[in-house]
Write a protein of this length. Structure first.
Length: 102
């Protein structure tokens, strides 16, 4: 697949994009002054996304699950919407998870 080319550092560019998007959103969340009930969930799932990206071969279903949890946790915080969108776009670079046959 063409998207699996490696960067000059030997890293999949999709992984690089995911790591950058997650890092940006983590910084934005850390700097956001408002407390909200699910902030801890968002922080935990962003840490999980980062760990998956660091591994270099993230599992698509797990990426999507973490994205949904982050979106649910911070979706109503409009100041974080652009960062959340960037993470969603980065997750989508990995494509759809394989479908299970019954």
């Amino acid at each position: 697949m063409g998207q699996e080319r490696l960067t000059g550092r030997g890293e999949d560019p999709r992984v690089t994009e995911l790591r950058m998007a997650v890092s940006r959103l983590r910084r934005e969340l850390a700097g956001h002054p408002a407390e909200f009930p699910d902030r801890g969930i968002a922080e935990d799932e962003l840490a999980a996304l980062d760990a998956m990206a660091v591994s270099g071969r993230p599992e698509i279903p797990r990426l999507r699950r973490s994205l949904l949890l982050v979106a649910g946790a911070i979706g109503s915080v409009s100041a974080l919407a652009p960062g959340l969108r960037d993470v969603r776009v980065a997750v989508e670079l990995f494509g759809e998870p394989p479908r299970r046959h019954p």
